[in-house]
Design a protein around this ligand. Structure first.
Ligand SMILES: Cc1ncc(COP(=O)(O)O)c(C=O)c1O
Length: 483
């Protein structure tokens, strides 16, 4: 009736698991007497001490009651029939739908991971570990290490035109966490509305909604968000923008619109949340300074190391108006206490030694080349195929948008693209209004080599050219949202 459980572990452990299984499954009901230790030891050919130890463990955990006179009995309430989960499907991994390694994957936002400066990072890490005082291995502060906050405040001041002290910097697990910290700090009773760009990264909309925001999309054009279209009622808690390189369309907001947006924010009491995710890589003209520098008390600036260094680090930061510092620190603490300390110290050292700035300038050369190659290949292929093409947002970042005027991308077109060996992402998947941007694809180029970019551009254009031939398609063809 009682068998040693299968699997790893010593005899005592396997006996214990065999006994608990029998009790949980109800093979011994509450009040039933368990076999005598002598009898069970003889039956299984094991020592009586082993059985005694297993019974003692059952008693300690509440499965059995042991009395000197009557031996061991099963306790009340120790039955839990097993549920058969063997057929439950494994949930698909979030964020990585069906990755196929034979595909040329134009997923946006991926930097060239082979460019990660592993040797320099290792020497920063090892220097940190060699000199770290013991306190570094205890709990830290939610806002992050002072060394890193100091390095970030100098960096954003020098390269992004931001104005802040290290006290205004809060280190986060990327932009993703930064947005949820900011939303939780800003949203409150009577202030639930978040104005967002349309189109907008689908995940960011979800993060804001998860924090309790009522989402109000506002359309972007070739100059980004248009402040004259913003709602007066309800007064929003925040306006989320990507003013230096709109995601996904890539437009940059001119100074007039930036000022109009700040005036709107001042008059409604809203905060501007500036997501500056990839503007370090600007290829045309000088870098656009951040909006934060114009009004540090109205703008919450969010930066990330995901594109410049590696998304695997999960390090980003918020530059907060002084009025929000306390609340944001509290939200970060309640989210995950703080970022891993050793990585923060390594990054601080990496930045202080000037390695970060030189890494960015190295990567910028590579991405400039890739962007030019992709744009030229798309243009050449579309000329040869005789179809229209408009490239948007190529002045910065590590993705561009290819618009095919007159086309309406469908799910079938995307499947045809995959069947032909490439994966691209419809802008429509990020649009909140149905029917918007159905002629445009997002093409990330950061992580693709020359050959992949050339071949991928050819595949994209071929599929779009064929899609164009299907004129008069039935309206039942499903548009390409979501991806
Ligand atoms: C608009 C935008 N901001 C920021 C990020 C970066 O997110 P994280 O810093 O959490 O990696 C992304 C990711 O691709 C993005 O699309």
């Amino acid at each position: 009736m009682i068998a040693l459980a299968e699997g790893s572990g010593g005899i005592g452990e396997r006996l214990y698991r065999g006994l608990t299984k029998a009790i949980l499954e109800g093979r011994f009901a509450a009040g039933d007497r368990l076999p005598s230790t002598r009898g069970l030891a003889a039956e299984l050919g094991i020592s009586r001490n082993t059985v005694n130890a297993a019974y003692a463990r059952l008693e300690a955990e509440g499965y059995a009651l042991i009395e000197a006179s009557s031996g061991a009995r099963v306790a009340e309430g120790a039955r839990l029939p097993a549920v058969d989960n063997s057929l439950a499907p494994l949930p698909a991994s979030v964020g990585f739908p069906s990755r196929r390694f034979d595909l040329i994957d134009f997923k946006s936002g991926l930097p060239e991971t082979s460019g990660f400066p592993a040797a320099r990072w290792l020497s920063a890490l090892s220097a940190v570990l060699q000199s770290a005082p013991p306190a570094v291995f205890g709990y830290g502060r939610p806002e992050g290490r002072p060394e890193l906050r100091e390095a970030i405040s100098k960096y954003v001041g020098r390269y992004r035109g931001a104005r802040c002290s290290p006290d205004q910097v809060l280190v986060t697990a990327g932009t993703t966490q930064a947005i949820s910290v900011v939303a939780l700090a800003l949203l409150g009773p009577g202030r639930r509305s978040a104005v967002v760009e349309e189109p907008l990264t689908a995940d960011i909309k979800t993060i804001l909604a998860q924090a309790g925001a009522a989402i109000h999309p506002s359309p972007v054009d070739e100059q980004g968000l248009d402040p004259s279209m913003l709602p007066r009622r309800p007064r929003p808690a925040l306006v989320y923008v990507t003013p230096s390189h709109q995601f996904p369309l890539g437009s940059a907001m001119p100074i007039q619109r930036r000022i109009a947006l700040l005036e709107y924010a001042r008059s409604t009491g809203a905060y501007v949340v500036e997501d500056d995710y990839d503007s370090e890589f600007r290829y045309e003209g000088p870098p656009l300074p951040s909006m934060q520098g114009l009004d540090p008390e109205r703008v919450v600036y969010i930066g990330t190391f995901s594109k410049t260094l590696s998304p695997a680090l999960r390090i980003g930061y918020i530059i907060l108006p002084l009025a929000l510092v306390g609340e944001a620190r509290k939200r970060k603490w309640l989210s995950d206490i703080h970022n891993p300390v050793i990585d923060q110290l390594a990054l601080a050292r990496f930045m202080e030694e000037g390695q970060y700035a030189s890494h960015i300038s190295r990567m910028k050369k590579l991405y400039r080349h890739r962007r030019e190659l992709l744009a030229a290949s798309l243009e050449e292929e579309s000329r040869a195929a005789g179809i229209g093409l408009e490239i948007l947002g190529a002045s910065a970042g590590i993705h561009l948008c290819a618009r095919f005027p007159g086309k309406r991308l469908t799910r079938q077109d995307l499947l045809a693209l995959e069947a032909a060996g490439a994966k691209a992402y419809p802008v429509a998947a990020h649009a909140l209004s149905p029917g918007a941007w159905e002629d445009a694809l997002i093409l990330g180029f950061g992580s693709l080599g020359d050959d992949e970019l050339r071949r991928g551009a050819g595949i994209v254009v071929q599929v779009m050219a064929n899609a164009g031939k299907k004129k008069g398609r039935s309206s039942s063809r499903e548009p390409a949202r979501p991806a």
